[in-house]
Design a protein around this ligand. Structure first.
Ligand SMILES: NC(=O)c1ccc[n+]([C@@H]2O[C@H](COP(=O)([O-])OP(=O)(O)OC[C@H]3O[C@@H](n4cnc5c(N)ncnc54)[C@H](OP(=O)(O)O)[C@@H]3O)[C@@H](O)[C@H]2O)c1
Length: 356
């Protein structure tokens, strides 16, 4: 890709939204206008960010932990799409369109995040952006799609023809999981509210349960699938314990229940969550608990997974879903949208004005 020469001129400083203190986005975020542009270390590249995406973990982390434990201040958010401006001896080239994410561990180590004009990160945390999607679409792909990919193919070892239940098919993780499962010919049952029923069907969901009418576990217990699900992905994050404790009725023996939660929104909620979990019957099988495997998933940066996702996009088998796009200045409106928990698809922030 050729760019005007001035696109590669690297300024000394940049603008970035940084988390300075614990709180809501309105109290935690500060627009730093003179943050030094980082220099890539060996094996890293410097990327000019075009668009970034918000994730629930972004605002959840803002309200957790005191500054010294959370290593603040640091730039907010994780996902981005951009252009390589210093390939630094890696396999990338100047001008390559890329996408990737700076996950929490890397963020606290480097104090970097995606709501900045420039980021450095290891080359293996990036993939070339497929030519059939825009930077705005690509920015929302990495974190949620890696999560769904790792849940389905690393944890559940899903195979063609098997059946999957996704709790929360209209969450971004759930929407990615439906598309990934359909790409290998699996049958997908999912939950959503009626307003998103057509949306999840358009992604390929075969059976849709309206979670607002009746608890999904009751529907599934009354009318279990034949054969039972090979795997369940809990993609809402507000852990639904009865969905697990009743799952012997609808999850096959040897099947797995993968959860992207619990992520209690405050550290103080952990003891009450544990008390609730135990009283609801969430204890090991050897204590008389549910005889199905439960695993919590924490997404990891894996180049081969991101590359496979990029390939599926190039092949037209996976389509990114964008809910809305906000300007860099309108960051609080963007957070308002994701914190409504009603976004259908990714909430995107244009870091470079005028990005497609
Ligand atoms: N562990 C990890 O590594 C990891 C990684 C990524 C995400 N997560 C977690 O995964 C969760 C989902 O994240 P996301 O970015 O995919 O969320 P999101 O896109 O912001 O989810 C918004 C959607 O959630 C749906 N929804 C809300 N409550 C629901 C319910 N009770 N049942 C079914 N659908 C519901 C809404 O649809 P309706 O209006 O139709 O209800 C809305 O479309 C979050 O808790 C996030 O922190 C964890």
């Amino acid at each position: 890709m050729s760019l005007p020469t001035d696109q590669f001129a690297i300024p000394a400083t940049q603008k970035a939204w940084r988390i300075h203190r614990r709180g809501t986005p309105a109290t935690a975020l500060v627009l730093d206008e003179n943050l030094p542009v980082p220099t890539p270390a060996k094996g890293e590249v410097l990327v000019k960010v075009q668009a970034a995406a918000l994730n629930p973990i972004g605002y959840k982390l803002m309200r957790q932990l005191p500054n010294f434990l959370a290593k603040r201040p640091h730039v907010a958010e994780h996902d981005f799409a951009g252009i390589v401006v210093n390939e630094n001896g890696t396999e990338f080239h100047k001008g390559d369109p890329v996408f990737g994410c700076i996950l929490y561990q890397q963020q606290t180590k480097t104090r970097q995040g995606s709501l900045a004009e420039y980021v450095t990160l290891p080359a293996e945390h990036l993939a070339l952006r497929p030519a059939n999607i825009t930077p705005t679409q690509a920015a929302g792909v990495p974190l949620v799609t890696l999560t769904a990919y790792q849940a389905l193919f690393e944890f559940a070892k899903l195979e063609p023809g098997q059946s999957l239940f996704v709790n929360g098919g209209s969450t971004s993780v759930g929407a990615a999981a439906i598309q990934l499962a359909k790409s290998i010919g699996c049958k997908v049952t999912t939950t959503t509210s009626s307003r998103n029923e057509e949306f999840v069907k358009s992604l390929g969901a075969d059976v849709v349960i309206d979670y607002t009418k009746e608890s999904p576990y009751k529907v599934l217990e009354r009318d279990p699938p034949t054969p039972k699900f090979h795997a369940i992905l809990e993609a809402v994050g507000n852990i639904d314990i009865p969905l697990y404790t009743h799952c012997e009725a609808y999850l096959a023996p040897g099947g797995i229940f993968v959860s992207v939660g619990p992520q209690p929104s405050r550290i103080g909620e952990v003891p009450s969550f544990l008390a609730y979990a135990f009283s609801a019957g969430l204890h090991p099988a050897w204590l008389g608990g549910t005889k199905r495997k439960w695993r919590n998933l924490f997404v990891k940066n894996k180049h081969e997974d991101l590359q496979r996702i990029a390939d599926l996009i190039s092949e037209g088998k996976f389509k990114p879903v964008v809910d809305s796009v906000y300007s860099f200045q309108d960051i609080l409106k963007a957070y308002e949208r994701i914190m409504s928990k009603r976004a259908t698809g990714k909430v995107i922030v244009e870091v470079e004005p005028g990005t497609d």
